[in-house]
Design a protein around this ligand. Structure first.
Ligand code: SF4
Ligand code: SF4
Ligand code: SF4
Length: 176
């Protein structure tokens, strides 16, 4: 009965994937199709994350919600995953392919001084470009950004989104 349940859930999720609904998996997750086929939805990674940023997503699979905090890359979720749906196969393996992006809602782009995101970024991946008139506008240095999400919670207008790096952004990160 359990297996039947599990299979129908996987079919449902494959349908979701074909519909391009994509969630942010915990760091060091297998590629999405392999992840869906490997993760049992046991909740161990959710329970072991000290930052409490992993929640149950579509189909009961774990997903990261940066509204709750940032990833410290502590690897506790990886250690908790007996199925190896989260796994580190070589020492230099990147945790994921994410970067922060500043959206047009940023109040600095509209003449209001703000530097909350830069102040929260330990990687110093956010710099400010000075504009005529004295207001500065934020820019993400993709080569430094780890996609940790620390900047998102501090933005007063929810103007920072964490998303997959483009090919150019990936190149910048790899050659930093
Ligand atoms: S690496 Fe640590 S902080 Fe990041 S999701 Fe896993 S358990 Fe949570
Ligand atoms: S996601 Fe993390 S590393 Fe990237 S800009 Fe935000 S705080 Fe800095
Ligand atoms: S914290 Fe938000 S509003 Fe402030 S500069 Fe950064 S992106 Fe813009």
């Amino acid at each position: 009965m359990q297996a039947k349940h599990s299979i129908s859930r996987r079919h449902f999720l494959r349908g979701q994937l074909r519909g391009h609904i994509k969630e942010t998996r915990p760091p060091w997750a297998l590629p999405e199709n392999d992840f869906i086929n490997t993760c049992t939805g046991c909740n161990e990674c959710i329970d072991k994350c000290p930052e409490r940023i992993i929640v149950k997503g579509e189909g009961g699979f774990p997903t990261v919600n940066f509204d709750f905090g940032a990833c410290t890359f502590c690897q506790d979720c990886v250690a908790a995953c007996d199925e190896a749906a989260l796994s580190i196969t070589d020492a230099g393996q990147a945790p994921w392919n994410l970067t922060a992006n500043i959206t047009p809602d940023c109040i600095s782009l509209h003449g209001v001084a703000c530097s909350s995101c830069a102040d929260s970024c330990e990687e110093e991946a956010i710099s400010f470009r000075h504009q005529i008139g004295g207001i500065s506008q934020p820019e993400i240095k993709t080569g430094l950004c780890t996609g940790c999400g620390a900047c998102t919670a501090t933005c007063p207008v929810d103007a920072i989104k964490i998303s997959e790096k483009t090919v150019c952004e990936e190149y910048a990160y790899d050659h930093n």
